[in-house]
Design a protein around this ligand. Sequence first.
Ligand SMILES: [Zn+2]
Length: 162
Amino acid sequence: MYPIYHVKVRWSERYPPETAAHNMRASELPAGRFWNGSSWDTMEREETDVVERLLRDWWPEYSKKLLEPADLTLIVELRCRDTWCSGWFSHWTFDTGQSDQEVLDSFREYVDRIQYSDRPEDEIGSLLMGAEDEWRWHGGERTEAPCRCPVCKERGVVRIDH
Ligand SMILES: [Zn+2]
């Protein structure tokens, strides 16, 4: 089981001058600026200072494409410990040398465990995103699950999309 963190990021940025929206005023912000943000789950091999790493590696690179980014808030919470991390209609786990069969068995066990847990229904829905239907499982480019493409290999993960 690996620690899974929920990341919530919020920042303000300037509207591009060519958009009509730049005259709108967001609360607490000077005219021409708006709030933007994102959230996702991330799984780590061991407990990690995720905030520190995001500030060091992710934000400087990501914020380059934003206009005058400011007011950054980063909230990271340890959500749970598990073997699979959910993304957008996709799950992944670390490649520890499992066979395809072992990966599929592990994912089936994960899906069942989440599906029949006592979590609220909307949380189960957002964690599984359709993974409860095994016929949806596939790798990248509609290959057979699990995905072991070069991108997954480089990240040291195996992935199941659905
Ligand atoms: Zn892949």
